[in-house]
Design a protein around this ligand. Structure first.
Ligand code: HEC
Length: 107
């Protein structure tokens, strides 16, 4: 019995240590590209800005290729209630691929 009581605070500690749904962290190298290419002005990982949150976009489970297409040629009908995104045509291909790869793997 004594042993059991000794374990209780430990159990409480362990359950408190379980992460509650945490906001995913954007890796620094990806964030740098989002800043550089202006995406961060309209998109955030956990807050709706002009554009949808990254996590909401990720929930659509697009492929890397599809994300890259949509950034260059947005389809505003995918996001009723938002203003249409302007086509992002100046972003270097390698940078877009890196962003799209991160976004497609985001949970
Ligand atoms: C001026 C604001 C603005 C900027 C800058 C911007 N976006 Fe968007 N984005 C939006 C809005 C608004 C939507 C939703 C409406 C739409 O898709 O047209 C959106 C939608 C998206 C989608 C979802 C497309 C779909 O059809 O589901 C992706 C992916 C995306 N943006 C990526 C990017 C990336 C990457 C950049 C930077 C290169 C960027 N956006 C820059 C406003 C912006």
């Amino acid at each position: 019995m004594k042993k059991l009581f000794a374990l209780l605070p430990l159990a409480a500690l362990l359950s408190a240590a379980q992460p509650s749904p945490v906001t995913p962290v954007v890796p620094a190298d990806v964030q740098a590209l989002l800043d550089k290419n202006g995406c961060a002005a309209c998109h955030n990982i956990s807050r709706k800005l002009v554009g949808p949150m990254w996590t909401d976009i990720a929930a659509k489970k697009y492929s890397v290729k599809r994300i890259s297409e949509l950034v260059k040629k947005p389809e505003p009908s995918n996001w009723p209630g938002y203003v249409p995104m302007l086509a992002q045509t100046t972003i270097p291909k390698a940078e877009l691929t890196k962003i799209a790869t991160w976004l497609s793997a985001l949970k």
